[in-house]
Design a binder for this molecule. Structure first.
Ligand SMILES: Nc1ncnc2c1ncn2[C@@H]1O[C@H](COP(=O)(O)OP(=O)(O)OP(=O)(O)O)[C@@H](O)[C@H]1O
Length: 421
């Protein structure tokens, strides 16, 4: 006999899945309410009046699901429904596609290939690859249109290993508008390559599968990660544009604060879910398609955090943004605050050459900021110096930092109190 809990769980999945297939979470609200005991609970409200944040969780069939955030009550409830859906999807083997969490072993190791590989290349059967977007050290990213709903996504293709599963396992756990959204992942035997990424004639769009790597080692598989499509412009490009503007852009201060608030909001959420990003840098922060929001990406170095300091076996990150203690083995989430301090400085302060940037960064790492900067940005100087403090315990928690930046934004919105820089 099938246990009642399984039947109820399948009912929940079916309701949520139908709702998501109809792309209408309103449907979920009415249908699930009728069939299963279901309610949304407000956990907290946050943020200033002009950018409020609402936090809701879904309770269904007496089970509490993860807290989700949104700009409106409706958005937060819809996001909470999506998180519940993801959680149920992960628990139930209803799809032929790989369910990430259920395939992870206790230590985050990848699943055995036999249980996860698929002989039909899902990428080209379910998607139209549109454009090669770029590559990092570990893989390449394509813009692709999912045939079923005719929506565009970014699909990242990486070797299927422990690092890739850590990235995807974390992304699947996160749902915040300042974090690149994860949708799905699956494993294939081969890596898709188009003419451009494969190094052949520029502009070629002819695509195909390359099994060069898997021929060398047949056990090598590739993980396809379907994510929210963002602009290819990164925060590094934004900083570069601003630095090349002459005279100095008068809106830079205001825009930098708004961007810093959004990154901190994303980091606060990541920390609240028990993760440390460990590789925050402008290259890993993208702009959403509407150009309004920034999104934290590249969770390849993410690790679990504990309240206690953890002994970490790996000490990686990007050298120039890395906190002092990150070269050692014992550090906590405050390494992200250090990197954010440098990013906020870089957002605000125009440097004219690579040489000047190195000098500013080297001094900033010792909490020495340019004299002109400290004069022009007094409040920011106090905040940044604390973020860059040598002792992690002195650096603010992301939630405190968020409150400080929100307060600063309120002051900035009262122009009579501040002179424009
Ligand atoms: N969700 C996305 N939407 C749009 N473009 C993306 C997306 N994710 C990545 N890209 C583009 O693809 C490029 C490569 O991304 P990827 O995450 O592999 O690289 P990376 O951050 O440079 O990598 P790594 O630090 O792992 O070496 C990025 O620089 C960006 O231009």
């Amino acid at each position: 006999m099938i246990p009642i809990s399984v039947v109820r769980q399948e009912a929940s999945v079916s309701i949520l899945r139908t709702a998501l297939n109809r792309i209408s979470l309103d449907y979920l609200t009415s249908t699930a309410k009728k069939k299963l005991g279901h309610s949304y609970v407000e956990v907290k409200r946050d943020g200033p009046a002009h950018i409020p944040q609402f936090f809701y969780r879904l309770i269904m069939d007496n089970k509490e699901y993860h807290v989700a955030e949104g700009r409106t009550v409706k958005e937060a409830q819809q996001n909470a429904a999506r998180l519940a859906w993801s959680a149920l999807e992960e628990q139930t083997d209803w799809d032929s596609k790989v369910s990430v969490r259920s395939t992870l072993s206790e230590d985050g190791a990848p699943p055995s290939p036999s249980s996860s590989s698929s002989s039909t290349p899902l990428f080209t059967s379910d998607f139209d690859p549109i454009q090669y977007l770029g590559s990092g050290a570990y893989g390449s990213v394509y813009k692709a249109r999912r045939k079923l709903e005719e929506k565009y996504y970014a699909v990242k293709i990486v070797r299927s290993d422990k690092k890739a599963f850590r990235e995807v396992g974390t992304l699947a756990d996160l749902f915040h508008h300042n974090v690149i959204r994860y949708f799905n992942c699956w494993i294939e035997d081969t890596r898709y390559e188009d003419g451009i990424s494969a190094g052949s004639s520029a502009g070629s769009s002819a695509g195909g599968y390359s099994d060069a790597q898997s021929t060398d080692d047949p056990s090598v598989k590739f993980l396809y990660i379907q994510m929210e499509l963002c602009k290819t412009k990164t925060l590094k490009d934004w900083i570069h544009e601003k630095n090349n503007q002459s005279p100095q852009d008068t809106k830079r201060r205001q825009e930098s604060l708004s961007i810093a608030q959004q990154i901190v909001s994303g980091v606060e959420y990541i920390h609240s879910r028990g993760h440390i990003h460990r590789d925050l840098k402008p290259e890993n922060i993208l702009f959403g398609l509407d150009d309004k929001e920034v999104k934290i990406g590249d969770f390849g170095l993410v690790t679990r955090d504990d309240d206690a300091l953890m002994d970490r076996t790996e000490n990686r990150g990007t050298q120039s943004y890395m906190a002092h203690e990150q070269v050692g083995k014992t550090y906590d989430r405050k390494v992200d605050i250090f990197a954010l301090g440098l990013i906020y400085l870089e957002l605000l302060w125009k440097v004219s050459s690579g040489h000047e940037r190195i000098e500013v960064f080297t001094n900033a790492r010792k909490q020495i900021l340019p004299t002109d900067f400290s004069r022009a940005f007094q409040e920011e100087t106090l905040i940044i110096k604390k973020m860059l403090h040598e002792k992690p315990e002195v650096r603010p928690q992301a939630s405190d930092l968020k409150a400080q930046l929100d307060k600063l934004a309120q002051t900035e919105n009262e122009p009579q109190k501040r002179a424009t820089v």
